[in-house]
Design a protein around this ligand. Structure first.
Ligand code: AMP
Length: 218
């Protein structure tokens, strides 16, 4: 099963992807998480990626595509994967098509999450992440049981460096300019499933994930 998570930052892609990954037994491949790991380890790729991520810009396509291509070659991804945050440009989507064709794999579903913009900004401001197990929390909507501590692994939670007001503005602009055309791209191919995630309608990532699992296992 090959699934893509599409949507602006802060819509809940990571939350949905991690539930699907656990229930379906296929890896969640988050390009953002891979870049953050490289930044932490101070690798050459990390240094390059940080120069873009800290400004809220996209890491260049060639670098990102190579990274995903080799990640998809690893043994755990042979039964499928959930791509979380990739593709983010039309070039990445076209190259992914080529990569999947070479692997004789088809794309099953593209899950497009939408959230009102004011809610997105608030959600990103309130987001805390576990640098160890990657669990996500929202200090208002889904706080951990013990303040600042991950429920799953007990590690201290952090606020992502790029989750600040200035960078969020640029990430949203880039989303609308470079990533949102992918909604149309995949809609034309017929495998797009759009889901609203919003506090206003009391619908969150976990609700979307549950519905998808129900449909897939049907
Ligand atoms: P995320 O964790 O998905 O919000 O990604 C954090 C940052 O990593 C983004 O704002 C980009 O700078 C970079 N990034 C993640 N995925 C990609 C991608 N597919 N293409 C380019 N840059 C990416």
């Amino acid at each position: 099963m090959m699934i893509i998570m599409l949507g602006a930052p802060g819509t809940g892609k990571g939350t949905v992807a991690s539930i699907l990954s656990e229930k379906m037994g296929i890896p969640q491949i988050s390009t953002g998480d891979i870049f953050r790991k490289h930044i932490k380890e101070n690798t050459e790729l990390g240094i390059l990626a940080e120069s873009y991520i800290s400004k809220g810009q996209l890491v260049p396509d060639e670098v990102t595509i190579d990274l995903v291509k080799s990640r998809l070659e690893e043994p755990d991804a042979q039964k499928g994967a959930i791509l979380d945050g990739f593709p983010r440009t039309v070039k990445q989507a076209e190259d992914l098509e080529r990569i999947l064709k070479e692997k004789q794999t088809k794309l099953d579903i593209v899950i497009n999450l939408t959230t009102p913009e004011d809610e997105i900004i608030e959600r990103i401001e309130n987001r805390r992440v576990c640098p160890n197990c990657k669990a996500n929390y929202n200090v208002k909507l889904s706080p951990p049981q013990r303040e600042g501590i991950c429920d799953k692994c007990g590690h201290e939670l952090v606020k992502r460096k790029d989750d600040n007001a200035e960078t969020i503005k640029s990430r949203l602009e880039i989303y609308f300019k470079q990533t949102s055309p992918l909604v149309d791209f995949y809609n034309k191919k017929g495998n797009l499933r759009t889901e609203e995630v919003s506090e206003r309608i009391n619908r969150f990532g976990k609700d979307v994930a549950e519905e998808i699992i129900k449909d897939v296992l049907k």
